[in-house]
Write a protein that binds this ligand. Sequence first.
Ligand code: ADP
Ligand code: MG
Length: 358
Amino acid sequence: MASDDALAQDQNSPGRRRWFGGKGTGSTSPTQEREDRMDPGEAAAVEAANGPDTLPTEPVETPVASDAPVVTEEVVGGIPVPPEALAALRARGGDDAAVELPLVISIANQKGGVGKTTTAVNLGAALAELDYRVLVIDLDPQGNATTGMGISHRNVEGSIYDVIMNDAPIDDCTEATTVKNLFVVPANIDLAGAEIELVPAFSRELKLRRALAQVAGSYDFTLIDCPPSLGLLTVNGLAASDDVIVPIQCEYYALEGLGQLLRNVALVKSNLNPGLDVRGIVLTMYDARTKLAEQVEREVRAHFGSKVYRTVVPRTVRISEAPSFGQPVTVFDSTSRGALAYRELAKEVSRGATRRSG
Ligand code: ADP
Ligand code: MG
């Protein structure tokens, strides 16, 4: 709930003039007070707009200054991006991308809390439901994808740390989940050390790429849940991937740091992995009650066109509850809006691609 309070405060903030990359001024408005002000009619309208399983905050009018800066070609989230990098990144993906399996996809955005892990787990589960064989690689020392798929850190044979730092075969560190066709290479806090231990290592950027080569073709989709940083672990993820999917949270500061991410993708592309592209952008945590979400969506679509998946993942309680039960939302509440959204996303990402043979 803390983040929702922060959101509400942002939206109520009188000094807010820019919604991408700008620094807002905070204001204090206790949640309780706002909840008290919400009359039953309003609550019903909220329910009608969002369905019953969304977080209980009131609808908020979002004042946007008429002079709010538009994000331009070269400046994304306040950071200049070389136009050729943007052009290359836009060249493929979205509706136009051919889907030839197997595919390794990094789910990356150095911002924390934007829905990377949620997307890796639930997109993975939804692809597995479509009968694709899916491997999720947990590349975040927090290990949230691991626990979110029902695997306890303590009970695993080996982790992604052993794969990257000790050359353990990836197969030896792969765990089956309760979902058919869905596998995970778990992470635990050991991985936090890897970011530093990798620094002097030989071919430090290519450790994961080499490890994955051992299982090339065993999975239709390999989804890499990247950590919230642009350090060596993320570089390993990007260097090992065919594509990147970037989750963007439909909230204040949505595009902050995106320029930096795109520049890093461009750097990895030119130095380590010429095949790398941004396959798509997925809008997450969309709250239909806020004008802000609508504005973020409009702006991101105007900016990135067909790279942005048509499916928008709604902000729902069921999605946020599922990990504590160790289940993807597609299992936890199979008919919830969150489950449906991730299934739609899985269709967009896979586009009926032929499964690998065998
Ligand atoms: P990241 O991996 O980018 O740090 P997470 O996927 O862990 O982000 O999401 C951050 C938090 O937001 C988690 O507690 C998660 O359960 C919650 N969350 C993610 N997506 C949604 C959603 N669509 N609706 C509600 N809560 C969500
Ligand atoms: Mg995460």
